[in-house]
Design a protein around this ligand. Structure first.
Ligand code: HEM
Length: 507
């Protein structure tokens, strides 16, 4: 009995020690969390209440962040703050605010935050590609390289423009083979645009039915889906979780497979490389790499070749094909606008000759329609996160160095103080009283400043040439047995239309 009593008292003392330790650890963790989340600056932008450990993560629907931001903007104004666990974020809204940050204080906002979720595919110190690279010397070198190579793209015998026109022709043949029946055009658009990037990067294209090509396109979609939602946001701000063995492979399987695909393609390319003959951007990069140590210090090494290639595919494919997908959806919903575009095409280009970029200046209405598609489609609603490069001020608020900054491009493209009918499809936003094309400054689908999209020129060429080729050859209608397509979007880093069917009637 005495032994039992003694055992009981020992257990209760251990238990009370554990409880004291538990209380101590909890208080310590809460204190640490409080210190980490505390904002020590006056004039820091306001925001929703921050909860222990998760911060304000429950204030945002990560499957529809731009909608959450729109509500928070109404409550807190054009500049508000959030906290993903212990990471401080500031969200910039509306044309005036975004312009001041990206154009007038361009360098202050030119950095990018770290993205630990990409480490497992090779991103890291000195290997950052372009899109998520920290602002600095190597990023500048690689960006300059990509811009100038795209600009001088005359590799092989044909110009880039000729290749885009040729691919638009292949696309039309595929559409023709549907014989006016109802079908989903999304995959064909992805095929066509991805082929344009394949051509630039690997000097080659795929046939639309090719099994590898189908798998590649599926991987693009899956990897975008993997990067959307609460989990990737959490993994980005609590990097220790993403470093647990097996986690990245499980959470980002498609991303890894996509990288494997690119690795195989680059290896194949390297084996067939002839320095005397430049086929594509990969060859130009390989040539730079040959220049030795100085080139390596400027970022021209093998790992960056893989990452720049992935950047061009991920940044350049989905964005452009989704915009064309929106364009056709708006043509289905507004047949009178479609007819006006076709009238202009018939008048300026005719029915036979392929469109050329030189036609654009004589086609203000078509140009206005394409711009309005980009404004309404709002394909990259939140851009790519920025980070402050130094302490800075914006409209009286203080934003410290190292703060992640989200540029709400959607709030610029739909800014009620700028656009006459922000939530309607209204090409007149881009036409003056005489019917001439005008571009309001708040048209920022490619963002602005130092980190603005480097593929803008290519994208605009693709949009103009593909859209005019399609409307020159076909009239797009909603099939009789189908509902009117939805105009709301599905968000997975990009805003894309919900699936819809159409009929393409040859003209
Ligand atoms: C309609 C098509 C496109 C849209 C709407 C679009 C939009 C954007 C946006 C909003 C950004 C983020 C800018 C920022 O951080 O402030 C961006 C960055 C970028 N885009 Fe595009 N883009 C398109 C097509 C392309 C194409 C065709 C390419 C290349 C082949 C491309 C390559 C890039 C790259 C490399 C960046 C990162 C720039 C940097 O960080 O310095 N984009 N794009």
């Amino acid at each position: 009995m005495a032994l039992l009593l003694w055992l009981g008292s020992q257990l209760s003392s251990i238990w009370s020690n554990i409880s004291i330790l538990g209380v101590f650890l909890t208080v310590f963790a809460l204190l640490l969390d409080f210190m980490k989340r505390r904002k020590k600056w006056s004039r820091y932008p306001p925001g929703p209440a921050s909860l222990p450990f998760l911060g304000t993560m429950f204030s945002v629907d990560f499957h529809n962040p731009h909608r959450s931001f729109s509500q928070l903007q109404k409550k807190f104004g054009n500049i508000f703050s959030l906290q993903n666990c212990w990471t401080n974020l500031v969200v910039l809204n509306g044309y005036k605010t975004v312009k001041e940050a990206l154009v007038h204080k361009s360098e202050d906002f030119a950095d990018r935050p770290p993205f630990p979720i990409y480490e497992h595919i090779g991103y890291g110190e000195n290997s950052e590609g372009i899109v998520v690279a920290r602002y600095g010397h190597v990023w500048k070198e690689l960006r300059r390289f990509a811009l100038s190579t795209l600009r001088n793209f005359g590799m092989g015998k044909k110009s880039l423009e000729e290749h885009v026109v040729e691919e638009a022709g292949f696309l039309c043949s595929e559409i023709m083979s549907e014989e006016g029946k109802s079908f989903d055009i999304q995959v064909l658009l992805k095929n066509a645009v991805c082929n344009m990037i394949c051509h630039i990067v690997f000097g080659d294209r795929f046939d639309y039915g090719d099994e590898t090509f189908k798998k590649l396109l599926q991987l693009f979609q899956n990897s975008l889906d993997e990067e959307t939602g609460f989990l990737p946001q959490l993994l980005n701000v609590v990097p220790i979780l993403v470093r647990i063995p097996g986690v990245p492979q499980k959470a980002f399987q498609a991303q890894k497979e996509l990288m494997d695909f690119i690795d195989v393609a680059i290896e194949k390319h390297r084996k067939t490389w002839d320095p005397a003959y430049t086929r594509d951007i990969t060859d130009v990069f390989l040539k730079e790499m040959e220049k030795g140590k100085a080139a390596e210090e400027n970022g021209f090494h093998y790992n960056n070749l893989r990452l720049v290639t992935l950047d061009l595919f991920t940044a350049g494919s989905e964005t452009t094909s989704t915009t064309i997908h929106w364009a056709l959806l708006y043509m289905l919903l507004h047949p009178e606008i479609q007819s006006k575009v076709q009238e202009e095409i018939d008048r300026v280009i005719g029915r036979e000759r392929p469109p050329a970029m030189t036609d654009q200046a004589s086609m203000p209405y078509t140009n206005a329609v394409i711009h309005e598609v980009q404004r309404c489609g709002d394909v990259v609603p939140l851009g790519i996160p920025h980070r402050t490069y130094r302490d800075t001020e914006l409209q009286g608020f203080f934003i410290p160095k190292g703060t992640t900054v989200i540029i709400n491009l959607s709030s610029v493209l739909k800014d009620e103080t700028v656009w006459e009918k922000p939530n309607e499809f209204y090409p007149e936003h881009f036409l003056d009283a005489k019917g001439q094309f005008v571009k309001p400054e708040a048209f920022l689908p490619f963002s602005a400043g130092r980190r603005a999209c480097l593929g803008e020129q290519l994208a605009r060429m693709e949009l103009f040439l593909v859209f005019t080729t399609l409307l020159q050859k076909f009239t797009f209608v909603v099939p009789e047995d189908q509902p009117r397509p939805r105009v709301d979007s599905h968000f997975a880093l990009t805003n894309s239309p919900h699936p819809y069917l159409l009929r393409a009637l040859p003209r």
